[in-house]
Design a protein around this ligand. Structure first.
Ligand code: NAP
Ligand code: MG
Length: 498
């Protein structure tokens, strides 16, 4: 069952700085695009176009990379100390927080993420900058390593790697760029960024925050346009490193280009993560965590555990709890603070989710709630809403058990014994997230250790800016966050002396 809610905000009168724009940010200023086409920005809750950005061309990409390269080689940024850069990063964090409301509303209008989600985007982005700023002392500390034979020593230098191409997806358009930008800036790199086409406006507000905080011209550049512009960035001879978050097929394509060019690349890709429910799990507790850990952002979060693996002995109980929890969460206008489930973020995602639901029907899954496009009130009648859906009696061979759905659809599978649970959890091409719900902490930790994945939570899931986050297998290459994430933006040099 879905609840209809009405927002007090009127879409046309919302005060946000950017709606229709014709510029890219290059060399410290908003410059007219050299490409003539535009990309329209659609509010998926109403299916109406409310903004547009330019489609850049090769000239725009070249100008952006040249500006970043000039800033890297001759500008002050890469020559300042990490502490000086960290001081600016703290100012960036403050400037972002000042813009929290406009960031939240722009993001919500772009991709339908509920304001309950996007209202945290600015503080989260600020905290990522503040976290990486804490790594400055580590970066500038002398790192002298004696030769093991005692004769001589090596000075280990951590140079910025150079111009970085940063490419983000549409599900968290602010923070999936900030996770790349913050370590790049601390390292002393300069960047060219491209957002996903459905969500090109919110990050412009971050660019303004960067300027207000005093980031010098050329250090950050921001261009909009389709995937082929990303491809030009990835292959540009003056780009030294690529960081990408998005789908596995595009990630593979980028990795191939970077392989040919011997260009370092980090890839955060798709997932199909499992939540193993132990025999002793507290289902009330699990219910309280379920949406955040398994259906965050209307199911459009890479690491969420959308495959619930329930013990045969408690299968019906788990299905009932999951069904009640999902059915009770309000779906409606993402501008309403009470909304938990919004629309699908864009047309292609909407279509793909409905196709997955059709496959589930054909392959014999049991729908315990949802399963259809949702009909909401008149204002939202054209919106891309799909009812939050729970699929029971899902077997591992079904498409919905194997493929990332990226929508409000949760599956419940049955296991017989813990070995079977672990085998099911690891029987995927991905390896990004995962959860163990259980009361016995030692046993839960053992199961977490047996899961072949980059991150796993015990009784909840969250990403920790201080701990590496990355995917195994088809979920990616390398990690973000933590000192390990910073290392991707550094180039090491050892200077040996007697
Ligand atoms: P996508 O289609 O792969 O696009 C991601 C970004 O790459 C967009 O900016 C896109 O631009 C650009 N792009 C497309 N083709 C390109 C190419 N040939 N070369 C360079 N860049 C190119 O992914 P999406 O549909 O936006 O996002 C959903 C996917 O992201 C899901 O699979 C999800 O799991 C994954 N994701 C992963 C993580 C993680 O941390 N592991 C986090 C969030 C999302 P256009 O939009 O203009 O095409
Ligand atoms: Mg896409």
């Amino acid at each position: 069952m879905t609840t209809q809610t009405t927002s007090k905000l009127t879409r046309d009168t919302i005060e946000i700085p950017y709606r229709h724009v014709t510029t890219h940010f290059i060399d410290g200023e908003w410059r007219e695009s050299q490409g003539q086409d535009t990309i329209e920005v659609t509010d998926p809750a109403t299916n109406t176009i409310w903004g547009s950005v330019p489609v850049g061309n090769e000239k725009d990409v070249n100008a952006a990379v040249e500006a970043a390269h000039a800033a890297f080689t001759t500008g002050p940024w890469s020559k300042t100390t990490p502490s000086e850069r960290a001081a600016i990063m703290l100012r960036i964090a403050d400037e972002i927080e000042k813009r929290a409301t406009e960031l939240s509303l722009t993001n919500t209008l772009e991709n339908g993420s509920p304001v309950a989600e996007t209202s945290g985007a600015a503080s989260n982005a600020a905290s990522i900058f503040r976290y990486f700023a804490t790594l400055a002392p580590e970066l500038e500390a002398d790192d002298v390593r004696p030769f093991p034979n005692g004769k001589g020593e090596s000075l280990v230098r951590k140079d910025p790697i150079g111009v970085c191409a940063l490419i983000a997806p549409w599900n968290f358009p602010i923070n999936l760029m900030v996770t790349k930008l913050a370590p790049a800036l601390l390292a002393g790199c300069t960047v060219v960024m491209k957002p996903a086409s459905p969500t090109p406006l919110s990050f412009r507000i971050i660019v303004d925050a960067l300027t207000a905080a005093g980031v010098p011209a050329g250090v950050v550049n921001y261009v909009t346009g389709p995937g082929r512009m990303g491809d030009l960035m990835v292959r540009h001879p003056k780009v030294a490193k690529v960081a990408f978050t998005g789908s596995t097929p595009v990630g593979r394509h980028i990795a191939a280009a970077c392989g040919e060019l011997l260009r370092p690349v980090t890839l955060e890709l798709g997932g199909k993560s499992s939540a193993i429910v132990m025999e002793d799990a507290n289902l009330d507790d699990m219910s309280a965590k379920l949406i955040r850990s398994c259906m965050r952002n209307t199911g459009q979060t890479c690491y969420i555990s959308t495959r619930i693996l329930a013990p045969a002995s408690r299968y019906d109980e788990v299905v009932d709890m999951v069904t009640e929890t999902i059915a009770a969460a309000p779906q409606g206008d993402p501008l309403d603070p009470g909304t938990v489930f919004g629309p699908s973020a864009n047309h292609s995602q909407y279509k793909s989710v409905l196709e997955h639901l059709e496959s589930a029907k054909q392959q014999g899954a049991r729908f315990t709630t949802g399963g259809q496009p949702a009909q909401l009130d008149a204002k939202l009648a054209e919106g891309l809403f799909i009812q939050p859906t729970v699929l029971a009696d899902v077997t591992p061979d079904m498409r919905v058990a194997r493929e990332e759905i990226f929508g409000p659809v949760i599956t419940v599978l049955k296991y017989e014994g813990l070995d079977d649970a672990i085998r099911l959890a690891n029987n995927t091409e991905f390896g990004l997230g995962g959860i163990v719900f259980g009361s016995d902490q030692d046993e839960a930790l053992e199961v977490a250790e047996a899961m072949n994945t980059g991150s796993v939570g015990i009784n909840f899931f969250a990403s920790n800016h201080a701990a590496p986050f990355g995917g195994r297998n088809d979920s990616g290459l390398g990690v973000e966050y933590g000192p390990e994430g910073l290392a991707a933006y550094l180039s090491y040099k050892s200077i040996h002396r007697d």
